[in-house]
Design a protein around this ligand. Structure first.
Ligand SMILES: *[C@@H]1O[C@H](CO)[C@@H](O)[C@H](O)[C@H]1NC(C)=O
Ligand SMILES: *[C@@H]1O[C@H](CO)[C@@H](O)[C@H](O)[C@H]1NC(C)=O
Ligand SMILES: *[C@@H]1O[C@H](CO)[C@@H](O)[C@H](O)[C@H]1NC(C)=O
Length: 428
């Protein structure tokens, strides 16, 4: 190997280390960050199971972002609690995108594609200008949901569009373009205009006439609300990581609950039921879109904890995202025809369908017990020894007392109590 090739390989080697590595950050990070630049940072704890699961994904994210100006790092909050405090990272894992002048928390699905997409979107200006028709064509073909402003970049609609874009940048892409470029793709009746593009279709924002200052305030409210309702696909997959985002729509969530196996396969009867519900929203969007965000879940655990029972599968659950009440059909969902599903939804709209659960103290207590159970399971994956000491030491102590009182089945009795409570909740 001559000098040239070895220098060449050395450069590749060093670049490989520098670009694909996740930077392990310390308490010097707040100082380093002042130099500017964009950061995607994960705050983690060694015992946290979700962090362990995220670790290989995080390395792939760092690799995918290696060629960008976004640096990827992680902070161990047990070693550097002051850094976690400074960035208000109270849970683990917390993922933040840091720009030189602002900080954003990531709430989406913690998968590689979603994270990479998020980081790249956050590193760009909130509204990007499209000047060529074929760029718009590519966007449409990518199957990516986006918002578009057409017209002169001035006036109340533009101002409000821009501030909404700044606010919503963590979730979705915003573009602007001229009439000349856009009219090759959509029929525009009035300028300026805003539309959303999803699944091959455009839906325009219904601009209302108004005047003066009031118009801006009104626009600000309605455009934001419209964007918030339109920023999701018609029938997305909803997970425990991203369900909170869907609840921001403040609509009813109509959830088809199925169970995927390890390689994301769904049994045929569940698939059939899912298609039935999907067809309903695709064919009757104008009736239901205003009230409902549809979606499906491949894992029943969140739905079970909302309903507080183990649900049969497939299942249909409607969740009120402002009061946390839920609605369930009277009949076995699988037996329901499309008409029966429509009647079920109409009864929710006209408030004649019974609501269960909600945000009351009793329900929250039960949810807390379930959540503690889930958190312990999560910790168990990360650090079994710690769980054993957290759970069994007090239990051992407790058992000692029980045994001294010669009453050895108190523990079992307690478990039964919890189950009974769940049962009552359902029948309430
Ligand atoms: C819209 O309202 C938000 C707060 O709700 C405010 O921060 C923003 O400046 C407003 N935008 C315009 C253009 O008035
Ligand atoms: C949720 O429940 C409340 C109270 O019953 C109701 O006013 C509201 O319209 C419901 N739906 C949504 C989507 O918030
Ligand atoms: C509510 O909707 C259901 C289903 O369409 C209908 O049968 C019922 O009469 C409605 N109730 C009210 C009070 O409007």
């Amino acid at each position: 190997m001559n000098l040239h090739t070895s220098v060449f390989f050395y450069i590749i080697y060093v670049q490989g280390i520098l670009t694909s590595r996740v930077l392990e950050l310390t308490d010097r990070f707040p100082e380093i960050r002042k130099d500017g630049g964009m950061w995607l940072v994960q705050f983690y704890a060694p015992w946290c199971g979700h962090c362990k699961k995220l670790e290989p994904i995080w390395m792939h994210v760092a690799q995918a972002l290696a060629k960008t100006n976004i640096r990827v790092g992680k902070v161990d909050v047990t070693r550097f609690p002051s850094v976690a405090n400074e960035f208000k990272a109270y849970g683990t894992p917390t993922i933040k995108f840091l720009k030189p002048d602002s900080e954003h928390t990531f709430y989406g699905d913690r998968s590689k594609d979603v994270l990479v997409n998020y980081a790249i979107r956050m590193s760009l200006p909130p509204v990007q200008e499209i000047t060529k028709s074929d760029v718009l064509n590519n966007l449409k073909n990518e199957n990516q949901l986006f918002f578009m402003y057409i017209g002169k970049r001035e006036g109340p609609l533009w101002d409000v569009y821009y501030t909404t874009a700044v606010y919503m940048q963590p979730y979705v892409y915003f573009y602007c373009s001229s009439e000349d470029v856009a009219k090759q793709h959509v029929n525009i009746h009035e300028l300026p205009a805003v539309f959303v593009h999803k699944e091959g279709v455009h839906y325009f924002y219904p601009v209302e006439e108004g005047n003066g200052e009031e118009e801006v305030i009104h626009l600000n409210k309605t455009l934001y609300k419209w964007v918030n309702e339109e920023r999701f696909e018609t029938f997305p997959k909803i997970t425990s990581d991203n369900i909170n985002e869907y609840m921001q729509t403040k609509k009813y969530l109509v959830l088809v609950i199925v169970e995927e196996n390890k390689i994301n396969e769904i049994p045929p009867d569940m698939l059939e039921f899912r298609s039935k519900v999907e067809n309903l929203i695709r064919n009757k969007r104008d009736v239901y879109h205003k009230y409902f965000q549809f979606g499906w879940m491949g894992n029943p655990s969140v739905a079970n904890s909302i309903a507080m029972v183990r649900l049969p599968l497939p299942y249909l659950l409607v969740f009120n995202s402002s009061t946390y009440h839920h609605h369930i059909p009277d009949d076995d969902p699988v037996q329901m025809t499309s008409q029966a599903i429509e009647v079920f939804l109409e009864r929710i709209i006209n408030s004649t369908s019974p609501a269960y659960g909600g945000n009351t103290i009793a329900v929250n207590t039960v949810r807390k017990i379930l959540n503690i159970k889930r958190e312990l399971e999560d910790m168990w994956q990360g650090n079994p020894v710690m769980v054993i000491s957290v759970v069994t030491l007090p239990s051992l102590f407790f058992m000692l007392i029980v045994y001294t009182c010669c009453c050895s089945d108190l523990l079992d009795a307690e478990e039964e109590d919890e189950e009974e409570l769940l049962y009552h909740e359902k029948n309430e």
